[in-house]
Structures are given as structure tokens and as C-alpha cells.
Design a protein around this ligand. Structure first.
Ligand SMILES: [Zn+2]
Length: 205
């Protein structure tokens, strides 16, 4: 579920559409809603302002950003769309919507491997992970949001979340873009970029 959407100061991305083609870089790019926030972000973590339109796009010089996260700022859901709209909306085990059926078992497989297989066939829902965070270097800028359809990222979230302390404020984490190498079925080495989140320490509160 996507929450807090009205309080978001900026959005993190590592790809964008250029002339209808997806251009993926190994550096973060952010979009903010004001020139003042763009300037504060560049001062705090570096970067170059790429546009002055709203939202203002800022290219960061880095693939790794230190952020502050609280457990309730992480959300995850799975959706399957059909010609008549949303066909399946769950958290992997329970229905999220329609509201009348909320909390009922959704019937999805318990493992990510099986869920991914069904999603690829178009018979099961796709994952969507949303994390909100503050920049560790400038938390006063406000909440940033990163949304990912990556199965690898979604699969890492339950373990990551269970390691976050439930109380006593936020945790220092590193949000990065990692090159992932694998060998394809044709025995070719393939590299792709994927987001990664890991804990680096506790906030001193
Ligand atoms: Zn489901």
C-alpha cells in the first residue's frame, strides 16, 4: 500500500524515459517539487539540477545514499490488472482490496519463486515495494519515496524489515544501485542494475 503520498518531498529513481525508451543509469536521480528542496538536496549530498520544470529533476553523482528509515515507512503489495481493472490486490497472503474482502486469504503461493513464476505467466500479481526515508545528511528536507517493481528487492524486504528496531526512532541504511551478474540460459553473462537496501547503523536518538 502506498501511504503518506501527500507528505512526499521527493522521489528517487534510477531510470527514466528518454524519447519513449527507458534510460537506466547506475546513479540515482531524484525529482523534487521545489527549487529550494533541489538546492538543499544538492548541498547535502551533491548532484546536478537537470531541469527547472516541476518536478525538478536532479542527477546525483552517486549510486549509494545514506538514508534514515522507520519500520512503518516500508510497504509492499501485489497487483494484477485486467481489462476491467484491478483483478487481484494482496500482500502475498491476504487480500488488501476490495475492502469487503480485506484480510481474507488471497490464494497466492507462499514463496517468491512461485509468485514470480505466476506473475511472468500473467496469472499472478506483480510486486510493488515502496519505501519512504529521510536523507541522513539532511533529514529536514522531508520524506523521499522510492518505488520498485523488482522481485529481488521485494524478496529482500521481509528480512530487512525484521532487522529494523521497532522502537526508538530511525535506522541508518544505505540505499544503493547494485550491478547484478547472472548467467543466462544461453550461457551468456548478463549484468543488470537492481536497487538494494541494507542497515548500516542506528540513529543516535
Ligand atoms: Zn495474492
Amino acid at each position: 500500500m502506498i501511504r503518506h503520498s501527500s507528505n512526499i518531498s521527493g522521489i528517487f529513481r534510477f531510470g527514466r524515459c528518454v524519447a519513449s525508451r527507458l534510460d537506466i543509469k547506475d546513479k540515482w536521480r531524484i525529482e523534487v517539487d521545489s527549487a529550494a528542496r533541489a538546492l538543499k538536496t544538492i548541498r547535502a549530498i551533491g548532484g546536478t539540477q537537470e531541469s527547472s520544470d516541476n518536478p525538478i529533476s536532479v542527477a546525483l553523482n552517486t549510486s549509494s545514499v545514506l538514508v534514515l528509515i522507520e519500520p512503518e515507512w516500508i510497504s509492499f503489495d501485489m497487483t494484477l490488472w485486467g481489462p476491467k481493472g484491478l483483478r487481484h490486490h494482496c500482500d502475498g497472503t491476504s487480500i488488501i482490496s476490495p475492502k469487503g474482502k480485506q484480510g481474507n486469504p488471497c490464494g497466492c503461493p507462499s514463496t517468491f519463486t512461485e509468485r514470480k513464476k505466476r506473475a511472468k505467466l500473467g496469472t499472478g500479481p506483480q510486486v510493488n515495494t515502496v519505501i519512504l526515508f529521510n536523507l541522513a545528511a539532511a533529514p529536514e528536507i522531508g520524506l523521499f519515496r522510492f518505488q520498485s517493481p523488482s522481485w529481488r528487492f521485494a524478496e529482500s524486504i521481509p528480512g530487512f524489515r525484521s532487522e529494523l528496531p521497532e522502537t526508538q526512532g530511525s535506522t541508518f541504511c544505505e540505499l544503493s544501485i547494485q550491478p547484478i551478474e547472472f548467467t543466462s540460459s544461453q550461457d551468456r553473462k548478463v549484468t543488470y542494475l537492481a536497487p538494494e537496501i541494507r542497515i548500516v547503523g542506528r540513529d543516535k536518538e
